[in-house]
Design a protein around this ligand. Structure first.
Ligand code: CU
Ligand code: ZN
Length: 370
């Protein structure tokens, strides 16, 4: 079939919306009509050429939600008409990692996905007979996409898809960091560095876990206000003295749980140093630049602080994304403040511009009328 999609032709150049061919889903694959897709930093990072593992041409986009159109042979967990959230972090339920509760890093299709192929090593996307590679196994800046069954979370049809798409990446990453990785205990004190999509999700996750105090840290007053809206009880301006400010707010001890959601290694260090001696846990959610290293004074560790990394918030997507969506519909989460701009596919490059200016939290592309 012919589809319209935003293609990365050349690193650093704007995406080009054009017509591509999309082949039918093979065994274990699903054709999804994309209804909504968020514009995320990882798309921008790859599009800019900064990601050394990036490739072109490819169809970017990984924060998608849509409706199953057709399924390939052997697909049993979703059927035409089902509403789904796309998972760049799949869940096969069979590999050694999927069977272990300690991680969400499914091993089933990693290699092919990282190279831009579906699990059988080929693409369904093409142009004039030349293959066009997939991106993050999702390629959701497109009217339709073909994805592995194990990379789709089936959600309730009651959920508006323009909000549901946020659970495909940033929001689940933040929520999961607090719920799965840190396992924040009720009554605790938390600090969240960075109030973008991931940081605001972490604030909300700390609140859902029953944290008593949640300190939001950011450079923007506007974003600190959004952090308050998600449950932050205190806010401070970030900067070199952030650790000192946090120690003053916490009787000199630091916080039970800290979260880093900026991708800056200096801030990761601050997150560790503002965690409490004895049991403080710093969770790193941000992705640092290629080759950067984290500088840690070992004394902070030997006195009982710990540091953990979190990818997609430790969320096992097919099991947990539907649960998180249900909590949203039950009124436990307010997504409206995150949905700052609604765009069409043709405006995708404007979504990148808004993100670079830090204008709003998320631009969401809607496909209903394109
Ligand atoms: Cu993302
Ligand atoms: Zn797996």
């Amino acid at each position: 079939m012919k589809i319209r999609a935003a293609v990365l032709e050349e690193f650093g150049a704007p995406l080009e919306v054009q017509e591509l061919d999309l082949a039918e889903p093979k065994a274990g694959e699903v054709l999804v009509r994309v209804e909504a897709c968020g514009v995320c930093h990882t798309d921008l990072y790859t599009g800019s050429g900064a990601d050394p593992s990036g490739y072109a041409p490819t169809v970017l986009g990984h924060e998608g939600a849509g409706v199953v159109e057709r399924v390939g042979d052997g697909v049993a967990s979703v059927a035409p008409g089902d509403h789904v959230v796309t998972l760049f972090s799949p869940q096969c339920r069979e590999c050694i990692h999927c069977r272990d509760e300690r991680t969400n890093l499914c091993l089933a299709i990693r290699e092919q996905q990282n190279r831009g192929f579906l699990p059988d090593g080929t693409t369904r996307l093409s142009r004039d007979g030349e293959p066009v590679r997939h991106f993050m196994g999702t390629s959701t800046f497109a009217e339709y996409t073909v994805m592995p069954e194990i990379a789709l979370a089936k959600i309730t049809p009651d959920a508006p898809l323009d909000g549901a798409c946020l659970f495909a990446c940033g929001l689940s990453t933040g929520l999961g960091a607090a719920i799965n990785t840190a396992k924040v205990q009720p009554g605790s004190t938390c600090v969240v560095f960075g109030a973008g999509m991931v940081g605001l999700g972490a604030v909300a996750g700390c609140r859902l876990q029953g944290a008593e105090r949640i300190v939001g840290v950011d450079l923007s007053d506007e974003r600190l206000e959004l952090a308050r809206g998600q449950g932050a009880t205190d806010t401070i301006r970030g900067g070199p003295d952030a650790v000192q400010q946090i120690l003053e707010l916490t009787g000199g001890f630091g916080a039970d749980y800290t979260f880093e959601a900026t991708g800056l290694v200096d801030v990761m260090r601050q997150a560790l140093e503002s965690a409490r001696m004895g049991w403080g846990l710093a969770t790193v959610c941000g992705v640092a630049g290629k080759g950067e290293t984290l500088d840690v004074v070992p004394r902070f560790l030997i006195t009982g602080r710990r540091i953990a990394g979190s990818s997609f918030g430790g969320v096992k997507g097919r099991d947990q994304v539907p649960q998180l969506v249900d909590r949203w519909l039950a009124g436990e989460l307010d997504l409206e403040p995150f949905l700052s701009h609604r765009l069409t596919l043709d405006d995708v490059n404007r979504g990148f511009e808004l993100m670079e200016r830090q204008d709003g939290i998320r631009s969401v592309i809607g496909f209903a009328q394109t």
